[in-house]
Design a protein around this ligand. Structure first.
Ligand SMILES: O=C(O)CCC(=O)C(=O)O
Ligand SMILES: [Fe+2]
Length: 322
């Protein structure tokens, strides 16, 4: 006699069925279907989203048109306390939203050039306890272009040749928001430069992070680099640049990345402790607006148990900040 339903072991329904989890590449990123993001998601569903985030590093949800700033913040706050950007602050009327709008410079400039984050980076690594998770919502998306690419820096670390892994384990890097804007933005106007000084770097931070951090939730090791790195501790600029390029070349290798083609209403969530990302700047003058909330992070811990330190934090002198 075949087992009747009532005698089958009691396996609970998964909070997200397998068929709604779509891998987007071999090493990072899944799209999750049929979930309506909100601050009041049932706990089992939220726990599953959190578990998938730790596993896949980046999650993507289409058609979240119901989300406004407050609802995006409410969903983000399920992961922990939200933090505004340390120098730009929060969009008016929100507690922590950062807007990247290609038509708005000045007050709203992210410091990455008129809303174009086209440098490989991890968010806000110039402070010690930088955000652990970012939640980004597509608001205005160009008809073509404007994709974002993420890299899995834990997968990169795991696949480094052993001698490079050992080197990375032993290195520390100084990160700062006061990077060489003119070098990164050769076409920037004097006004752009002044806005950068006035907003993004009105307070300058210099923080030393281990190049390899141990993830506080998974125990995985990942690389902590990206465009806020100034130099490696104990190395000069020239040697630092070569080593940086070497490690970054592994991070930006297509095999370690996922690329998301945005539509308005999409939401991307990434584990900022084990990823870098890059907003592709290929849409000319087309309008693009995205809004981000970030969740307060932990101070990174190195493979030998030491923690990151902010070495320097100072306000720009009045003549630069004016
Ligand atoms: O514009 C994007 O797609 C990404 C912007 C970015 O770097 C961020 O929101 O942290
Ligand atoms: Fe970013």
């Amino acid at each position: 006699m075949s087992a009747s339903i009532s005698t089958l072991p009691n396996t609970p329904e998964p909070a997200i069925p397998e068929s709604d989890i779509l891998p987007l590449s071999g090493r990072i990123g899944v799209e999750i279907r049929n979930v309506r993001l909100a601050g009041d998601l049932p706990q089992p569903l939220f726990d599953e989203i959190h578990r998938l985030l730790l596993k896949h590093k980046a999650l993507f949800f289409r058609d979240q048109h119901h989300l406004d700033d407050a609802a995006q913040e409410a969903f983000g706050a399920r992961f922990g306390g939200l933090v505004p950007h340390p120098t730009i602050g929060a969009l008016a009327g929100t507690s922590s939203v950062l807007e990247l709008d290609t038509r708005r410079t000045g007050e709203r400039d992210s410091g990455q050039g008129a809303g174009r984050a086209d440098q490989w980076h991890t968010d806000v690594t110039f402070v010690d306890a930088y955000p652990k998770i970012s939640v980004l919502r597509g608001v205005v998306i160009p008809a073509a272009g404007g994709d974002t690419v993420w890299s899995n820096t834990a997968a990169v670390y795991e696949r480094l040749p052993e001698p490079l892994r050992q080197l990375a384990d032993s290195l520390w890097a100084t990160h700062s928001n006061a990077y060489d804007y003119a070098a990164v933005r050769p076409h920037a106007t004097d006004d752009d430069r002044r806005q950068f000084d006035r907003n993004f770097t009105k307070t300058v931070f210099e923080t030393d992070h281990p190049v390899v951090r141990v993830h506080p939730e998974t125990g995985e090791r990942s690389l902590v680099l990206g465009n806020f790195v100034q130099r490696f501790v104990g190395l000069n600029k020239g040697d630092s640049q070569k080593l940086y390029d070497l490690f970054q070349s592994h991070i930006t290798a297509p095999e370690n990345t996922v690329r998301w083609r945005w539509r308005a209403g999409d939401v991307a969530v990434w584990d900022n402790r084990s990823t870098q990302h890059y907003a592709v700047n290929d849409y000319g003058d087309a309008h693009r607006v995205v809004r981000r909330v970030t969740v307060d992070g932990e101070v990174p811990v190195s493979v030998d148990g030491r923690t990151s330190v902010t070495r320097n934090r100072f306000d720009k002198p009045a003549d630069r900040a004016a």
